[in-house]
Design a protein around this ligand. Structure first.
Ligand code: ADP
Ligand code: MG
Length: 625
C-alpha cells in the first residue's frame, strides 16, 4: 500500500520536492525531470493547445528581449526581435558568463548588442537603452522563464535544480552560472558538466563496476565541444576537452545563405543594406538545413525567387566545418593520451548532430557507429534530471561524487599553510604526510586544519584544531607524527594524527563542504589570485626565518653538548655569527637571512665535521655518545 505523508503544520499533502535538470544552452535551453510514475527522464513541454498545428517544443531559445519600458521577454517571443530590434535583443549570453571585456573583444563583432568596454579586467556588462545587465542577470532571466514554465506544466513550485555547463567552464563561469540560478530563485544543488550529463542520459556510468572511455561530440547552434571522459566506479573524469566556441549550426545557416546569395547575384553589401532580406534568407537556410537531415532535396521560394538545395551541394558546403570538428577530435584524443580504438562509446549531442554527414564522418573517424538514440537537443537536460534524481536520494546505488572546492591543509612553522588535499580533488580522497617536533621533549602537537588557497594560514579559514598529546619525551625532530586527511563520499573530512614511535593517536571529524557559502568560496579564490605574488614573497620570508630559527636552536644545542671539543676562537666566532643571524631574523629581508645562515654554517662546518669524526670513533669503540 502506498503511503501518503501529511504535513501536520499545514494540513497539506507532502509531495517529495522536485529537483529539475536544466540545460542552459548558448542557443536553446530546457528543463527535464524524472517522470514520477515511469521513472524515466522526460523533457518538459507545454501540452499541445487547441491549435494543433502549432507544434510545442521543449526548447526555449536562449534569447532575451527588452522593450522600451524594460519589460523582459524570453524564448520564441524574443527571437522575433533579433532583426527588428537587435540592440535590445540579447542572444548567446552564455558566451559572456564569467568574462571580462578583454576576453571577448576579438569576437566583439559577433554581438549585435552593446557590450561595455570599460577597459578593466572586471566582468562585462551589456547595455540596453539606459540599463546595464550582467551576464549573470541575463542568464537568470532565461532560468526564471524555465522555472515558471516548469511550475506551469507540473503545477507545483520548483525551487531546486541541477544546471549543466561545458566541461571547460572555469570556476568564475561555474560560479556565475550558480549565481544566475540563485537570482532566478533556484537553489542550485549541483553544476554538472554537459558531457557527463549526456553520458548519464545514455546510462553510461550508472553502474558501479563499469569502466569506460567515452567521447562526447557536441555540435550545437554556435559552439562545438568534444570531450573525452573516463568513467569508472561512478567517478567521471574529464580527460580532455577541445572544440571551437565559435563553430556550430549558425555557421551552417550562414554558409547556405551565402551560397544562395551568390546564386542570386547578391553581394555581401546588398545583404548588409537589406537586413530583412538577410534574416528571411537565414530562416530559409535553417529550414533547408533541417529538412535535409531527413530528405534529399529542399526547394522553396522567397519573393518569387527559387531557393533550392540538394543534399550533395549541402554536404560540400559543410565539409570544411566537419573537417574542423574532426581536427579537434584528434587533438582531444592526443591530450587524453588515447587512441581512437581506446574509445568504447561515442555520444552525439546538440541539434546539429542530426545532420547525416556529421554522423557518418564521426562514425568513420572513430571507426564505429555513434550513439544517437536519445534526442540530441534534450540529452543534456535528461542527464541533468538523472543527476537531480540521484541527489534527491532516489538512486541509492549510485555513488555521489564531488570535488573539494578549496584546498585543505594544516598550519606549519611560521604560520604557513601546508596543503594536504589540493582544491578540485575528487572525493572520496585521502592524503598523508609526516611531521615532527621542533623542541626537545615536546609532549604535545597542536594541529590546526585550514581551508583556502593562500600561503599564510591567517588568510585562510580555520576549520578545526586539536592537540595530539602524550607524545613521549624525545629530542626535537625524532618523533614521527603521521597526519592523514580522509574525505569520505559525503564530503566529511576526517583528520587523524598518530605518533608512529609510540602509537599515540587522535582523530577529529570536520565538515569542510558546508562551512562556506558559494560566495565565500568565490571570494577566497579571487583573493588567492590577486594576492599570489605577495604570498610567494611572504612564504619565502617565513621559510627563511623558520630555517634560521631552527639553525640557531641546533647550533646552540650542539655547542652546549660539545663545547669541550671546541676552541675558544671557534666558540667566539660562532657566537658572533649567531648574533648576526638573530639580528637578520628581525628584519623583513630573506636574502639577508639566507646570507647569515650561510655564514653561520661556514663557521660551524669545520668543527661540526671534526666532532662527528670523534663521535664515530667513539661509536666504533662500542661506546654510546
Ligand atoms: P546549444 O547547445 O548551442 O544551445 P542546440 O543543441 O540546441 O544548441 O542546437 C541548436 C542547433 O541545432 C541550431 O543551429 C539548429 O539549427 C540545429 N538543428 C536543430 N535541428 C536540426 C536538424 N534536424 N538538422 C540540422 N540542424 C539542426
Ligand atoms: Mg548544448
Amino acid at each position: 500500500m502506498a503511503k501518503i505523508a501529511i504535513n501536520i503544520a499545514t494540513g497539506s499533502l507532502q509531495q517529495p520536492e522536485i529537483i529539475v535538470g536544466i540545460d542552459l544552452g548558448t542557443t536553446n535551453s530546457l528543463v527535464a525531470i524524472i517522470h514520477p510514475e515511469t521513472k524515466q527522464p522526460i523533457a518538459l513541454k507545454e501540452p499541445a493547445g487547441s491549435d494543433e498545428s502549432v507544434a510545442t517544443s521543449s526548447l526555449v531559445p536562449s534569447i532575451i528581449h527588452f522593450d522600451e519600458r524594460g519589460a523582459v521577454a524570453v524564448g520564441e517571443l524574443a527571437k522575433h526581435y533579433l532583426i527588428t530590434q537587435p540592440a535590445q535583443t540579447i542572444f548567446s549570453a552564455k558566451r559572456l558568463m564569467g568574462k571580462a571585456y578583454d576576453d571577448i573583444k576579438k569576437n566583439a563583432d559577433f554581438f549585435s548588442y552593446k557590450i561595455i568596454d570599460d577597459n578593466t579586467e572586471s566582468l562585462v556588462k551589456v547595455q540596453v537603452a539606459d540599463k546595464f545587465y550582467s551576464p549573470i542577470e541575463l542568464s537568470s532571466f532565461i532560468l526564471k522563464e524555465l522555472k515558471q514554465r516548469a511550475e506551469h506544466i507540473l503545477k507545483t513550485p520548483v525551487n531546486k535544480a541541477v544546471i549543466t555547463v561545458p566541461a571547460y567552464f572555469n570556476d568564475a563561469q561555474r560560479q556565475a552560472t550558480r549565481d544566475a540560478g540563485k537570482l532566478a530563485g533556484l537553489d542550485v544543488l549541483r553544476i554538472v558538466n554537459e558531457p557527463t550529463a549526456a553520458s548519464l542520459a545514455y546510462g553510461l556510468g550508472l553502474s558501479k563496476d563499469e569502466s569506460k572511455t567515452i567521447a562526447v561530440y557536441d555540435l550545437g547552434g554556435g559552439t562545438f565541444d568534444i570531450s573525452i571522459l573516463h568513467i569508472s566506479n561512478g567517478i567521471v573524469e574529464v580527460l580532455s576537452t577541445n572544440g571551437d566556441t565559435y563553430l556550430g549550426g549558425d555557421d551552417i545557416d550562414q554558409a547556405i545563405l551565402e551560397y544562395w546569395a551568390t546564386q542570386n547575384g547578391l553581394t555581401r553589401d546588398d545583404l548588409k543594406a537589406n537586413k530583412t532580406l538577410m534574416q528571411s534568407l537565414r530562416l530559409k537556410a535553417e529550414e533547408a538545413k533541417k529538412h535535409l537531415s531527413f530528405n534529399d532535396s529542399y526547394s522553396s521560394d522567397l519573393n518569387g525567387e527559387v531557393l533550392a538545395l540538394h543534399k550533395a551541394e549541402f554536404n560540400t558546403l559543410i565539409q570544411p566545418l566537419v573537417d574542423c570538428t574532426l581536427t579537434s577530435c584528434k587533438m582531444a584524443l592526443k591530450d587524453a593520451g588515447k587512441s581512437v580504438t581506446a574509445i568504447d562509446t561515442i555520444v552525439m549531442v546538440g541539434g546539429s548532430t542530426r545532420i547525416p554527414l556529421i554522423k557518418e564522418a564521426v562514425s568513420a573517424f572513430f571507426g564505429r557507429a555513434v550513439n544517437d538514440s536519445v534526442n540530441p537537443d534534450e540529452v543534456v537536460a535528461l542527464g541533468a534530471a538523472i543527476q537531480a534524481d540521484i541527489l534527491a536520494g532516489n538512486n541509492k546505488d549510485f555513488l555521489l561524487l564531488d570535488i573539494t572546492p578549496l584546498s585543505l591543509g594544516i598550519e606549519t612553522a611560521g604560520g604557513l599553510m601546508d596543503v594536504l588535499i589540493p582544491r578540485n580533488s575528487k572525493i572520496p580522497t585521502k592524503a598523508g604526510r609526516q611531521y615532527t617536533t621542533q623542541i626537545d621533549g615536546q609532549s604535545g602537537m597542536r594541529i590546526a586544519v585550514y581551508q583556502g588557497e593562500r600561503d599564510l594560514i591567517k588568510d585562510n579559514r580555520k576549520l578545526a584544531e586539536f592537540n595530539l598529546t602524550n607524545i613521549p619525551g624525545m629530542p626535537a625532530g625524532l618523533p614521527k607524527v603521521e597526519l592523514s586527511f580522509f574525505i569520505n563520499a559525503d564530503g566529511i573530512l576526517l583528520v587523524k594524527a598518530k605518533e608512529l614511535r609510540s602509537g599515540v593517536e587522535q582523530t577529529i571529524e570536520v565538515k569542510p563542504q558546508y562551512g562556506l557559502t558559494d560566495t565565500e568560496v568565490e571570494t577566497m579564490l579571487m583573493e588567492s589570485i590577486t594576492h599570489a605574488k605577495d604570498d610567494i614573497a611572504i612564504r619565502a620570508l617565513v621559510e627563511a626565518r623558520t630555517e634560521g630559527e631552527q639553525l640557531l636552536q641546533t647550533t646552540e644545542r650542539f655547542i652546549q653538548k660539545n663545547n669541550s671539543y671546541l676552541s675558544a676562537e671557534e666558540i667566539k666566532s660562532t657566537a658572533a655569527a649567531m648574533q648576526a643571524l638573530q639580528m637578520a631574523l628581525t628584519m623583513d629581508d630573506k636574502n639577508l637571512i639566507h646570507q647569515k645562515i650561510e655564514s653561520l654554517n661556514e663557521v660551524s662546518r669545520p668543527y661540526a665535521e671534526r666532532v662527528m669524526d670523534i663521535a664515530v670513533a667513539f661509536a666504533m669503540k662500542g661506546k654510546i655518545v
